[in-house]
Design a protein around this ligand. Structure first.
Ligand SMILES: C[S@@+](CC[C@H](N)C(=O)[O-])C[C@H]1O[C@@H](n2cnc3c(N)ncnc32)[C@H](O)[C@@H]1O
Length: 279
């Protein structure tokens, strides 16, 4: 993935929390960087071309890569459900909706929901619009780079009950995450919430990327297909949301050991789950 003749950059290893990634030792990494000798994350080739690489991803995989995320409606039922018979239902915005693996199961379970959904990949948005359950009456689906385009151009300010960030924030350069939260705040109701699910530090995928020297900055990596991935600690996510003016309702790290019997390997998967209230 590296350009021949690109300058050599020496980067420090990620600071692993105690016991989180025993297979990665403390050592210096040598990374060939396409852009400059500075450690400027936003200016890194894969950060700058993130939209292009995600669009390529959906052109290649279409809607076949991610499975429908049926666990959300179980874990966060009360955030989506509106039990008042006469009400119109809650309004949800999914930022970085991809091919719709979060929104379609939600609409299926909570038919009263009105869903706004955006992604910066035009290909992802066309996949959502061609889904068999797509409904122009119940959904407002649009192309938007949530780190720089004003969400209020497509969503009325302060009208959204819940924003979902499901494996989206990890795809964003850490220096752009605050702008995304600020943007979400402009459409959230005063008593609205952001629900976060994402990769956590020490996840086996991070260990692999780290071992392959694919680090851009601390806990931020590029994958073989050019898309990027950040791994969250609870402390990092808490500070990020609190600095953006959100209160922590709940935050935890979910760990699962997954064994691939045919390849005889065991992987430690780690995910962060958070609920943040607009304060
Ligand atoms: C791992 S996918 C998750 C898709 C979806 N949330 C799901 O549950 O399957 C991450 C998505 O975030 C989108 N994304 C990354 N950065 C974005 C940005 N700045 N604005 C809008 N979408 C973005 C990518 O195009 C990709 O579809």
């Amino acid at each position: 993935m590296h350009a021949a003749g690109a300058p050599l950059v020496t980067a420090f290893p990620a600071k692993w929390p105690v016991n989180s990634a025993p297979r990665v030792g403390r050592r210096y990494l040598t990374i060939r960087c396409w852009t400059s000798l500075s450690n400027d994350t936003a200016n890194h080739h894969y950060s700058r071309r993130s939209q292009q690489y995600w669009d390529k991803f959906y052109k290649l995989h279409k809607n076949k890569f991610f499975k429908d995320r049926h666990y959300l409606e179980k874990d966060w039922r009360s955030y989506f459900d509106d039990e008042i018979e006469s009400s119109n239902g809650k309004v949800v915005l999914e930022v970085g909706c991809g091919a719709g693996n979060t929104i379609f199961p939600l609409i299926d379970t909570f038919p009263k929901l009105y869903v706004h959904a955006c992604d910066f990949s035009p290909k992802a948005i066309s996949l959502v619009k061609s889904h068999e359950n797509y409904s122009a009456e119940k959904m407002n689906v649009f192309v938007c780079d949530a780190a720089k385009d004003d969400l209020c151009a497509n969503v009325m300010p302060f009208t959204v009950d819940v924003v979902t960030l499901i494996f989206t924030l990890s795809a964003v350069s850490p220096c752009k995450m605050a702008s995304i939260l600020e943007n979400c705040k402009q459409v959230l109701k005063q008593n609205g919430y952001i629900l976060l699910r994402d990769y956590a530090v020490g996840d086996s995928a991070q260990v692999k990327l780290h071992d392959r020297n694919q680090m851009i900055s601390e806990n931020f990596y590029f994958r073989g297909d050019g898309t990027c991935s950040f791994y969250f600690s609870e402390a990092y996510a808490s500070t990020l949301f609190q600095n953006a003016g959100f209160a922590i309702v709940d935050i935890n790290t979910y760990c699962k050991e997954i064994t691939n019997h045919s390849r005889n390997i065991t992987m430690q998967r780690r995910w962060i789950r958070g609920i943040f209230g607009r304060s």
